[in-house]
Design a protein around this ligand. Sequence first.
Ligand SMILES: *Cc1c(COP(=O)(O)O)cnc(C)c1O
Length: 372
Amino acid sequence: MNKASGKRAADLLHLRGQGLSKGDPVALPLVSSSMFHLPGDPDGAAAYGRIDNPTWEALEHSLSVIEGAPCVAFPSGMAAISAALFTTLKAGQTLLIPSDGYYVTRLLSDRFLSQFGVQVIERPTIGFTDGGFEGIDVVFMESPSNPTLDLCDIESIAAAVRKAGGVTIVDNTTMTPFGQRPLDLGVDIVVASDTKAPGGHSDVLMGHVATRNDALHEAVLDWRKMSGSIPSPHAAWLLHRGLETLEVRFDRMCQSAQIIAEALSNHPAVSLLRYPGLVHDPSYELAKQQMSQFGFLIGLTLNTKDVAEAFISGCQYLRPATSFGGLHSSAERRARWGDDVADGFVRLSVGCEPVDELLTDFTSSLNGLTCD
Ligand SMILES: *Cc1c(COP(=O)(O)O)cnc(C)c1O
C-alpha cells in the first residue's frame, strides 16, 4: 500500500473520534428521524429526512476521505449510476458505454435514456478508443470490466474525452478507491456499488457518486433530493461500519486472489484464467500502470457448464451466489444471466478466508473434476 492510501485508511478510523466531547459514543449513532426540530426560519439546519440525515452525513464524510472528493450516497450502485447519467445527459446527446460491462447499466441506457432522446452507443472495453470521442457527450467506462476483467486506459481516455468536450464517468466497483483512483487519473465522476467490497458482509445494498466538480456534485445532490432516491439510515450505518474495515479486507482479498490465480492458472482442468495480476494476462501492463492492487476477482473458464457447476458445488468455502466482494468467497457461472462469456466461465470472488484453506479447497475440487 502506498503512503497516501495508508494515511486515508488511518484518517478514516479517527474521523469521528477527533470531534467528540466527553461522554459521546465512539461508535456512530444510527439516527432514524423524518422530522427535525426546526423553529423559526430554516437557516441550513437539518429539516427533513429526504434532504438531511446525520448518519448519511457521517458516511459521506468517510467516503469523501477515501475518495479524496465530495461524495453523495445512494441506496444502491444502480441508484448512483442513474444519478450520474440522468444529471449529465440531455435529449439529443450521445452516451458511450462498454458492451462488456455490468449489464444493468446497458439495460438502463437502452430502455430509459434512449426514450428521452439520448443516443446510446456501445464498444468493448478492449478497443474502447476505436472511433475516437468526437461528438460523444458522456463516456462511461468500467475497468476492469465485470465479468471479463478487460481494462481500458483511464487516464488517456479521460484526456481525450475532455479535449473533445465530453464528460467521463468510471464505474469503480470492482477496485474500490484502495485499488484504483480514477479521479486522480483525470476522470470527472466515479460511481460505485458499495453493495460489494465496501459493505463487505453481504447484508446491505448501497452506492455512491464522487466528483471534484462542484456543479456536478450539486446536480447529483439535487437529483437525490428530487428523485427521492435516498439511502435508509440503517443501510448508511451498515456501510459506514463496513468502510472501517475495507482497507484490511481488500488488502487480504487481493493478496489471496494473486496466490490463487497463480496456483490455479496451471491446473489441467482450467482452460483459461484471467487475473490482471498475472504477468502473462493481457491486462497486466495496463493494470500495473493504473491500479495499485490487482483486485479480488478471477475469471476462470472450465470446459463445460456441468464441469463449472461441479467445481463450484465441490468447494466447501465457496458460496454459489451472484454479486461479489463479501467476506465469504463466492462464485457463479455468468452465462446463466446471459453475459457474453463461455458456458463454463466462472467469476470467482476471493473473500477473507485464510488463503491456504481456500487453495486446498479449490484445488481439491478441481482435482476431482480431472479424475472423472
Ligand atoms: C453490482 C454492480 C453494480 C450495481 O450495484 P447494485 O448495488 O446492485 O445496484 C454496478 N456496477 C457494477 C460493476 C457492479 O458490479
